[in-house]
Write a protein that binds this ligand. Structure first.
Ligand code: PEP
Ligand code: MN
Length: 354
């Protein structure tokens, strides 16, 4: 993929901060937030003009009229502006209003037809585009969106991690599943990644700690929803910060470097490498035994998967975790992976395709 630097970001002091209301609601509301955010030194002003709402009848954005307010922010305050686009018509309107950066929303990323429509509308227009993760945890779908845009000649690309939706009661509105954006960074190291703590959190109390986590995980910046009067916001009222709260949060963020002197813990790292080698040898031995059992299961006509045995293994491990002060859920994930590989190996044996 041909990815170039986003110049709006390069002049900015790290981390990049994109801030502004969930939705542009009125000219006064936009100008009031933007004036305070310009004074706070944010990199870019955000505001949704067209809002993808889960249920009809909610506030669905002010539409093209709001683009003129963004043009005012840009001209009068010198702050670059960004908005979400979901259709070719949105792209056309945003480009003619001189919007500096576009983002693709999570619901749009989920739909390859919609992303392709945006890519076609952007052919030959090299505006920076940030792509939010799809609402479902599907890394390939996220990467597919970058590829579609890149194939149309969009090179100034970046990602926004806004968490993944799930059903039922939960702490976060959208679960962070950090391993997915981190894997994206492994696959496309040159792609900047911004974290959107507001949509992950769903409530303002969690925005600070999520922003700190994003910094600790070496994200390039954050996109935060900010409103002068959050409780009266027409969308996402629970998760928006006031400009003063944003400033306090930015002041409180601890910045670490990924290029520090690692010699302080070189000996520990050597020991970790030794332990990892040992783990691999142990896994190989475990799989040898698993294959032996597989042969007997085949001979005696016993099914490969036996739920009671799986339950027993998991319970035994969970009890050991408590004694060793290990996180039960994290260790369960590891054992589920080991168990599913064991099952795969035995299936090969009973079906003679080793
Ligand atoms: C937004 O940024 O206001 C928005 C609608 O976000 P998402 O696409 O992440 O839901
Ligand atoms: Mn929002």
């Amino acid at each position: 993929m041909n990815i170039n630097e986003i110049d709006i970001f390069s002049g900015a002091k790290a981390p990049v901060v994109i801030a502004g209301p969930c939705s542009a609601e009125s000219e006064e509301q936009v100008m009031a937030a933007a004036t305070q955010l310009a004074a706070a030194g944010v990199t870019l002003f955000r505001a949704g003009i067209w809002k993808p709402r889960t249920r009809p009848g909610c506030f669905e954005g002010v539409g093209p009229e709001g683009l003129q307010w963004l043009t005012r922010v840009k001209k009068e305050l010198g702050l670059p502006v960004a908005t979400e686009v979901a259709t070719a018509a949105h792209v056309e309107a945003a480009l003619s209003a001189g919007v500096d950066l576009l983002w693709v929303g999570a619901r749009t990323t989920t739909n390859p037809f919609a992303v392709q429509e945006l890519a076609d509308a952007l052919r030959g227009v090299d505006i920076p585009v940030l792509v939010k993760n799809p609402v479902n945890p599907d890394l390939e779908l996220w990467i597919g969106a970058f590829e579609r845009l890149n194939n149309s000649g969009v090179t100034r690309l970046g990602a926004i991690h806004r968490g993944f939706s799930s059903y039922g009661e939960k702490i976060f509105r959208n679960s962070p599943q950090w391993q997915i954006p981190l894997e994206l960074k492994n696959r496309l190291p040159q792609l900047p990644i911004i974290c959107d703590p507001s949509h992950i959190a769903g409530k303002r109390e969690l925005v600070m700690s999520l922003s700190q986590q994003a910094m600790d995980l070496n994200f390039n910046g954050i996109m935060v929803e900010v409103h002068c009067n959050p409780s009266c916001a027409l969308s996402d009222a629970r998760q928006q910060l006031t400009p003063a709260e944003l400033v306090a949060m930015l002041d409180g963020l601890v910045h670490r470097t990924s290029e520090g002197d690692t010699s302080h813990f070189a000996a520990h790292r050597t020991r970790l490498d030794e332990i990892d080698d040992e783990l691999i040898r142990l896994l190989a031995r475990r799989m040898e035994i698993v294959r032996e059992i597989g042969k007997v299961k085949k001979e005696k006509g016993i099914t490969v998967f036996q739920p009671f045995r799986y339950k027993e293994t998991m319970e035994r491990c969970a009890a050991l975790c408590v004694n060793h002060k290990l996180d039960v859920e994290a260790v369960k994930d590891v054992f589920e992976a080991i168990h599913s590989e064991s099952i795969r190996q035995q299936l090969c044996i009973v079906n003679d395709n080793i």
